[in-house]
Design a binder for this molecule. Sequence first.
Ligand code: NAD
Length: 412
Amino acid sequence: MSDGFEIQQAAVVGAGTMGRGIVISLASAGIPVLWLDANAQMLSAGLKMATDTWAHQVTKGRISQAQAEQNLARLQAVDSYAALADVDLVIEAVYENLELKQEIFRLLDSTLKPDAILASNTSALNIDAIAAVTSRPAQVLGLHFFSPAHIMKLLEIVRGAHTSAAVLAQARQLGQRLGKVAVVAGNCRGFIGNRMLKTYADEARKMLLEGALPQQVDAALQAFGFAMGPFRMYDVVGIDLEWRARQLAGQGMDSPLAQVDNALCERERFGQKTGRGYYRYAEGSREAEHDPQVDALIESIARELGYRRRVIDDQEIIERSLLALVNEGAKILEENIAANSHDIDLVYLNGYGFPAQVGGPMNWADAQGLATIEQRLQALQQQHGEHWKPAALITRLVAAGKGLGNVGEGRV
Ligand code: NAD
């Protein structure tokens, strides 16, 4: 594939939440899209959503009627892989299941022209395991959009072990055409953003068991500047996604940190979509209301697990949440999953609602002074256990009198 190659024709497999946003984003940027889904109803609902989105943009004066019509004319629903033979790029956005994605990549590999790029929108699966079933691993990568994909600015470009430099350059160019903030991430579970989110959300879940309540954790982090605290965020995303994934994988159901989520899901409290989750929602409203039933549930689960609940103040909530992000971010830097700390900050600012004025978690850490961060991590390690051990990179940087911002481009 030459560097001058431009994507003239794309395809998207999957017409669910993500497929719809990705298709809108591609067509709005002038790229024709062939659209395939195993379920014809999902495709027609997807086409309707795209039509409605552009019609809404016309009423808001963001695009003209002619542009809306041109965008729609760029979409074509198809019902076979053979129809995708000549596309330059395909983005797969089907269910988060490795075997299913591998099956689809085998089909794509056998039907698409040899120089086509094959991308997956997976949130966390191993890109190399997907690339391995194809005859063209150099042309396989992750294009991880965020929901809703036509609105959220972040695009994580996931580099597999064999992804070529030319394909990464194409992906960056595509990101630019789509008006995204594109960050290249290495291949590990959750890449940059979701890997850090896991440590952060786990810390929030621990604090619930130790004595905090969802509305307190969310309020403290929102006062710090986050667009949304973690429990409000899970209510929006759907608490059931991880619950179903645990059940499917047959893993993690017994973890103490999963018990509150499990109990909520067993009560069909999946979040906003069922009107009840960590919060309750009046009919048709997105206003999160405190629900004393959830407090009682958390208190009883914590008791069963043997926790002696205590008062957790807002400062502790902010400290533990931010330090969880920083320590995992440092591990990500050390493993070269991110090229530099600025990229990590871009991910958090553009995909996770981190307060812009703080400049991202890694920037925050350097502003505190990395030696102070290391001491605070050590104090947490003593109090709460080994998962708080400072990342080796932090210890090394502190000894050298440097900050996280010095990592990358041969500076450390
Ligand atoms: P979804 O359940 O809304 O949609 C999945 C679509 O895939 C459905 O329309 C289904 O009919 C279709 N499909 C299933 N099997 C198929 C097959 N064999 N061939 C063709 N189509 C098939 O899922 P989603 O939320 O859009 O997620 C899609 C992917 O994007 C997942 O890998 C997910 O992890 C990832 N992702 C999701 C989010 C999010 O917030 N929802 C964010 C980032 C990434």
